[in-house]
Design a binder for this molecule. Structure first.
Ligand code: ATP
Ligand code: MG
Length: 428
């Protein structure tokens, strides 16, 4: 029997994890500057948390849910996205209360699950870093969230980026638009894909999001939501655009963009990259928008919200294609070369003492010859080696070698146990 990872999943191996840690660390540092705090919610939730919010005609609900009944017959889903779980928790824990400073700014990072057809940058288990901000309806927050997403990607050294922007307006705008869209699409009904036919009357906005090429041709000339906005929705969008202008952030308005989830309204956006990682094809790395109404949908008081999700695998594909941005070399401070069984206990004490002093330190465990141990020290990028043989042990000394310069000195063990940093600074 040969075991294999499930289709559409992958293992993050030791040699890869530095990249993941790098991305997560940089994101945390940036979020801190904007006063976002981490939230960790369960990886599985009640099925309804997603089915009620993503939209019953969305790809996520119709095709992609990893759902099952647990032994207590509860309908459970592995989370396909981050927002609904955060909102569920926001409501359950009453984070809307007056003691919490508005906007309540949160972020998360972790795995998401969608039953998709696996391909490059599209997996069944993938990872998102996302933010959600609650309690402020001002377009200023929309722009701050967008600016933060761009900051994040630029911090990773991503150069060629495109910000696509649209608005879905408020409920009234969408009701008006919905009818206009149905009127436009109905004559093409026979030519639409099966999915789009199904969605035409249930949720015509979904047709705009179709990946089917024939659908996309029809949709290209569809009426624009921008012509159906209420004055208030229009003003919100105009302010978003003028504040983006004020920050010097370039954008392209894409009036056909709707996003894959039903809970969005007002501002929606995608940040795309045409990196060689995607064969030069514009690909969405980060996407988000406003979701006023979602908190109420999950049982909370009227509370506006806005956020985005970043696909970590897609980000890493870009980073790997433009590797000049990535310096993940992680040298070892000290490697202990031990010669002979008699020095074993002392070598162990030494390596532990160095670790306790804050150094990264490693030793040999296989009683190998010194030559092999030095080879390992080089492979591990050790900055220093400390060699301990029987003669050294008797003299209570070790041989310190600077691996970069080749310079060697004899050092008292007592000095190393006292403070190795001082030993090193004297040597320089
Ligand atoms: P698409 O239209 O590509 O299916 P979506 O609308 O389903 O995207 P979102 O739900 O907005 O995507 O997810 C935000 C980001 O998460 C995407 O821009 C992408 O970077 C990433 N993402 C989404 N689904 C996957 C997946 N199956 N595998 C890897 N990354 C994904
Ligand atoms: Mg999708």
């Amino acid at each position: 029997m040969k075991y294999q990872r499930p289709k559409g999943t992958f293992d993050i191996l030791p040699e890869d994890s530095a990249k993941w840690q790098y991305v997560e660390k940089k994101a945390r540092e940036l979020f801190k500057k904007y006063r976002y705090q981490e939230m960790r919610t369960p990886i599985f939730e009640s099925f309804e948390v997603f089915s009620r919010t993503s939209g019953e005609t969305s790809d996520i609900v119709t095709k992609e849910m990893y759902d099952f009944y647990d032994k207590g017959d509860r309908h459970i889903t592995l989370r396909p996205e981050g927002t609904a779980g955060v909102v569920r928790s926001f409501v359950e824990n009453k984070l809307y209360g007056p003691e919490f400073q508005k906007p309540v700014k949160t972020y998360y990072m972790g795995p998401m699950f969608r039953y998709e057809r696996p391909q490059a940058g599209r997996l069944r288990e993938f990872h998102q870093i996302g933010v959600e901000a609650f309690g402020v309806d001002s377009p200023t927050l929309d722009v701050e969230v967008i600016a933060m997403a761009i900051d994040l990607l630029q911090n990773f050294g991503l150069k060629s980026l495109k910000l696509a922007l649209n608005t879905l307006g408020d409920n009234e705008s969408r009701t008006n638009y919905r009818q206009a869209l149905i009127d436009y699409l109905e004559p093409y009904e026979d030519q639409l894909s099966a999915d789009s036919k199904e969605r035409l009357h249930k949720n015509p906005l979904r047709v705009l999001d179709s990946k089917d090429q024939a659908d996309q041709k029809i949709v290209a000339d569809a009426p624009s939501i921008l012509d159906h906005l209420t004055p208030a929705a229009k003003e919100h969008f105009e302010t978003v655009k003028s504040l983006l202008d004020a920050l010097g952030i370039e954008y392209v308005v894409d009036p056909n963009m709707v996003r894959g989830l039903d809970y969005y309204n007002h501002t929606i956006f995608e940040i795309m990259s045409d990196s060689k990682a995607f064969g030069g094809k514009w690909t969405t790395v980060c996407a988000g928008g406003r979701y006023n109404g979602l908190v109420e949908q999950l049982g909370g008081p009227e509370t506006p919200g806005i956020g985005f999700g970043l696909g970590v695998e897609r980000l890493l594909l870009v980073l790997e294609a433009e590797t000049d941005q990535l310096d993940l070399s992680d040298p070892l401070d000290v490697y202990i070369v031990s010669i002979g069984e008699k020095v074993n206990a002392e070598a162990l004490k030494l390596v532990q003492a160095l670790r306790h002093q804050g150094f990264s330190a490693e030793r040999d465990y296989l009683a190998r010859k010194p030559k092999g141990q030095f080879k390992t020290a080089s492979r591990l990028n050790a900055r220093y080696t400390l060699t301990l043989g029987e003669t050294e042990l008797e003299a209570r000394q070790a041989n310190l070698k600077n691996m970069a310069t080749g310079e060697e000195t004899s050092v008292a063990l007592a000095a190393i146990y006292g403070d190795f940093a001082t030993v090193l600074s004297k040597g320089e």
